[in-house]
Design a protein around this ligand. Sequence first.
Ligand code: SF4
Ligand code: SF4
Length: 530
Amino acid sequence: MENTITIEDIGKDTEILMQVDVKNLMPLQGDFPDKEWGEINSDTKEKYACILDNLCVLQIPMPKTPEEEEELVNKFLDGMRKLFTKENNWTFFSILETTMEHCAKCNTCSDACHLYEATGHNEMYRPNYRSEIFRRIYFKYIKNKPFAKWRYGDVDLNWRTVARLGELAYRCNICRRCAQTCPIGVDNALIAREIRKIFSQELGIAPPELHDKGSMLQLKTGSSTAMNKLVVKDNVQFIDEDFSEETGFQFETPWDVQGADILLIHNAGEILAWPENIAAFSIIFKAAGISWTLSSELAAYDSINYGVFYDDVQFARTVLLQAQAAKNLGVKKIVLGECGHAHKAFTVIADRVLPKALNTPRESCFPILRDIVMSGKIKFDPERNNFPVTCHDPCNLTRLMGIIKPQRDILHKLCPQFREMNPHGPYNYCCGGGSGFAIMSRNNISDWRTQITGRKKLSQILDSFSDSRGPEIQKYVCAPCSNCKGQLRDILRHYKLLEKEQLVYGGLVELIVNAMVDVNPGYIKWEDEG
Ligand code: SF4
Ligand code: SF4
């Protein structure tokens, strides 16, 4: 199939609209063959409207009767109307309205989007393809503008249009690189996010990884990993014992310390997948003499908040639990560990929903880590980190929050061979796991993640190590975010980068501990954690 598609095609009565051809993908630097696009299983195809591009992230139940088709369209329009009333969408109404009313159709945003580039400039993944469909529906059906179809362009609003638009909202990492580049401040990422919100809040449809196994599980058990209070404490105790022995540095992670200076909240996924990150924080904080604690209250030992990707109500429910736990402990401030979306959720978006009484100061871990490293309280030997290191900037930390320098101050001090990616900082590219993709691998979603959404990031990583390619030189990608690490793990495995390039990834705190002279050498390991 060709890469050409028009806005009018969106409601067409065809099995799918388009399929990515792996032969058209942006080339990579080296021998990294792509595999053919996997098939969606027949059960999924039967139950859900997989009619966009041979990928089914959202899982919209296939309407069986004309009445069900009409219901889908009407509920979508009802949800859309709510988005454009202040009382129903006070969180995002104003920027959304600006985004709808102003687009010069200049396509500057397209050049900024890694998905558009990675797919070989496939029209369907152009940032404003999705936005323009949404905009036309807005002018014709929500604003009821006279002569809308001549003034703003027409769109055939049928159930296929709605179903495809819903899926298209999950062909975006919500990285906001397009928004950053738009000369008039239009935010295409917000449109994708608000379409997701209509589906979740109005139609009750959301990807199971984000909703059932994400938000709902976290609210019920305390964590989207399903670890309850007893299990999480048990696991962290095991980490303490294991890493105390391995590092020769004795430590015990503190729990529920009333009145501590800092309540640290990790992404609980780290506890299971990257325990070295949890241990590294405990080692650094102990070595620096920090007064800190973890909380074992419901949701307060897991900074995950998937609501930020798809649903304001789920977002608020999680944030309130986390803030209440901090209040109960009477800590001076809350500090977010290495998790980008949690940073955005709890330090920026939470400001819009938290009542004053629950507004404990919230901070990123990175300035605190920088201050510790620069303070002279801990002795370092940078020679232990004398291998090529580059830094992936999580979108939520850098582009959205401007946290750029603290991690670099640390990397420059402790890593003699640190080099930047190009571009980096606020102009970074998403790892491809953003907006929830990092935790999805159902059906053929892994193909989408590893071969398309993560493609530009892989290309950047390879470029940054152009002077040290091959399996002879050990290399490290510092990715201080749990979701980004999950995505990098899968890209690196898919293209066999440990074997071919001796390339591993990890957080920032691991590099700090790796350079500590009071810790046994070799904290970072060049092996697949399995
Ligand atoms: S969103 Fe901005 S950059 Fe993209 S086409 Fe519209 S005006 Fe141009
Ligand atoms: S937010 Fe990111 S992934 Fe989504 S359209 Fe914009 S640049 Fe592309």
